[in-house]
Design a protein around this ligand. Structure first.
Ligand code: ATP
Ligand code: MG
Length: 570
């Protein structure tokens, strides 16, 4: 099998490569060692091994690779070893040695399956160990065994023998040999036949395990940029890095599906979805149903919420969840969730399962979640979630009501960015909901004004200005003058933050002119304070002083210590 030619440069993985290089150095001096490289599909095992192999070759080690292939239950016995022997037999330095060992004939020859795998297994294993020992006296060797998770039973047995009793143990002393074997950690479900072998092997002194973790964001960004000869926009890189979560293959697929024009891949590209859904499709139907439901909930779902929505008997739900966890599609707990939550192991798996839902199914499941959430205690905390599910199931009145509740909750817990988000969602929904279905006591001007205050608190000053301008456009002539004045002084305040001083002064004057100073009111004090500030910024000290004195008196009369303090400062 040809090794893939990599065009893009190799990135990162310094510590891992250093460890492999060290093993290679020691192997060259006669200390035979093996490394089991574990990592999720696409995380970069093959690429890193190719890089290590390049270094090995440069240092004079002969590298031979054997691949295991996914052949279902009809695995070809000894496939990766057959491949390795074939390569060695074709190399003139090794050909004579290979030819002199009957084991090679048995594995490579045309002796049929009887000759391959019959009673002579112990001899075959011993023969293979002896052959390798002799070959390493010709030249230092690195054997790369790729994708052990697909290894056939015979290959697993041979590997067990070679590492535990053959080449690495006892008699292996002095052999110039390294074995690097890769496997997909996420493919190993609980009953996977490779598991017991790995557990056995890592206990051997000459065997170590190297876990290839997801790549850090900075390296992922470099990897994405290195894929193209033309510059990739920062926003595209950021989005891909975020979605790929350290997986090099996912990043490449996402970038490949990103058109230069659109700038982002909207959904999971179909080629990637096919890959992501393989393990999902191997699940029994009930487990698939549970995962589909969980996908609608989001990356993470509480056990109780899932149970109430999926409506399966407890034992069936438990066994479905156990299957999904066993297949490494879900993890229990998750990043920040407690023990009673489940998370998708990778966000893209969730996206792929979600994208695979039928349209009616999607709406039905969102509706089911919205209902369950509405029927639970502590509705304020889950209002944001309910708003999302209601919107996705086209229940716009409930989406509006829930968005407003979510905004209230965010305001109470001092989360202005979230408050802004929910208020904007509510404003979006407003006109789509018939007046009689809207919650009572709200109007768009006040909501827009609230949104602008949230934006200002969240530090989004320009957004705050746009929102107050929108409120100003909405406040009709028939509206009460107090509200109209509030809109104007709020706009003035926001404009001062964006250094638009002249406009600020105009609006604060208008605000002040709209409400009488008598009877004394809070709104008037606020308008006055804003105007004092605008006047000062404009260098109109006379106006500032006059209005400040007047406002101070009213603030004292009304007992408004905050406003009083503000005025005294200015
Ligand atoms: N460190 C890296 N630098 C540059 N490219 C990388 C790096 N790691 C991985 N890639 C690229 O990402 C893609 C996936 O990597 P690779 O094939 O090595 O993954 P894998 O872990 O072997 O996956 P599988 O389990 O499917 O075999 C490849 O195109 C590879 O070239
Ligand atoms: Mg690979």
């Amino acid at each position: 099998m040809p090794t893939t030619a990599f065009t893009a440069p190799f990135i990162g993985r310094r510590d891992e490569l250093a460890r492999l290089t060290q093993v290679l150095d020691r192997a060259r001096t006669g200390e035979a060692r093996a490394v089991l490289v574990a990592g999720d599909a696409g995380v970069g095992k093959t690429r890193m091994l190719a890089e290590a192999a390049g270094r090995a070759t440069a240092a004079g080690t002969t590298v031979v690779t054997g691949h295991c292939v996914d052949l279902g239950d009809v695995g070809l016995p000894y496939l990766p070893f057959t491949e390795i022997l074939g390569v060695l037999a074709a190399d003139e330095r090794f050909a004579a040695t290979v030819a002199a060992h009957p084991v090679a004939g048995r594995l490579l020859g045309d002796g049929g399956s009887g000759a391959r795998d019959a009673g002579g297994r112990p001899q075959l294993f011993e023969g293979m160990a002896a052959l390798l020992a002799e070959l390493t006296s010709v030249a230092p060797l690195l054997l790369v065994l790729e994708d052990l998770h697909w290894a056939d039973q015979s290959s697993r047995d041979l590997l067990r023998f070679l590492l535990s009793r053959g080449i690495l143990a006892g008699r292996g002393a002095g052999q110039r040999l390294a074995v690097f074997a890769s496997y997909r950690a996420d493919d190993l479900h609980r009953r996977h036949p490779l598991r017991p072998l790995l557990a056995e092997l890592v206990r051997l002194p000459a065997v170590e395990r190297l876990e290839l973790r997801p790549m850090p964001d900075g390296e992922m960004a470099r990897l994405v940029r290195a894929q193209r000869t033309t510059p990739v926009p920062d926003a595209t890189v950021r989005r891909i890095v975020e979605r790929a979560e350290g997986n090099a293959f996912y990043a490449e697929e996402l970038l490949a599906a990103t058109s230069e024009a659109a700038g982002s891949a909207p959904a999971v590209p179909s080629g990637l979805a096919d890959v992501l859904l393989i393990r999902f499709e191997q699940l029994p139907p009930t487990a698939q149903q549970v995962l589909r439901t969980a996908a609608v909930a989001g990356r993470r779902v509480e056990h109780d919420l899932l149970r109430d929505t999926v409506q399966l008997p407890d034992e069936e739900l438990e066994s479905a969840l156990r299957e999904a966890v066993g297949r490494q599609l879900l993890v229990s707990g998750g990043d920040s969730g407690g023990d009673d939550t489940y998370s998708f192991r990778h966000a893209l798996i969730r996206e792929a399962v979600y994208a695979d839902l039928l349209p009616g199914e999607r709406v039905r499941l969102h509706r089911a979640f919205a209902r369950v959430l509405a029927g639970r205690g502590r509705p304020a905390e889950s209002a944001a979630e309910r708003a999302h599910h209601s919107r996705e199931s086209h229940d716009l009145p409930d989406a509006l009501a829930a968005s407003l509740e979510a905004a209230d909750h965010a305001g109470r817990v001092r989360a202005p960015a979230e408050e802004l988000h929910h208020l904007e969602a509510a404003l979006d929904l407003w006109s789509a909901v018939p007046p009689e279905a809207r919650p009572e006591g709200f109007d768009t001007v006040t909501l827009t004004l609230r949104a602008s205050a949230a934006a200002a608190h969240a530090g989004e000053t320009h957004r705050a200005v746009s929102l107050t301008r929108a409120a100003l456009a909405r406040v009709g002539a028939e509206e009460d003058s107090e509200l109209a004045a509030r809109v104007r002084y709020t706009l003035a305040g926001n404009l001062m933050r964006t250094d638009d001083l002249a406009a600020a002064f105009t609006y604060s004057s208008e605000a002040l002119a709209m409400i009488p100073a008598d009877p004394p009111s809070r709104t008037w004090v606020r308008a006055a304070s804003t105007h004092v500030m605008a006047a000062r910024y404009m260098g109109d000290a006379g106006t500032a002083r006059r209005v400040a004195h007047q406002a101070l008196a009213v603030a004292e009369e009304l007992g408004l210590p905050d406003a009083r303090a503000d005025l005294l400062i200015s």
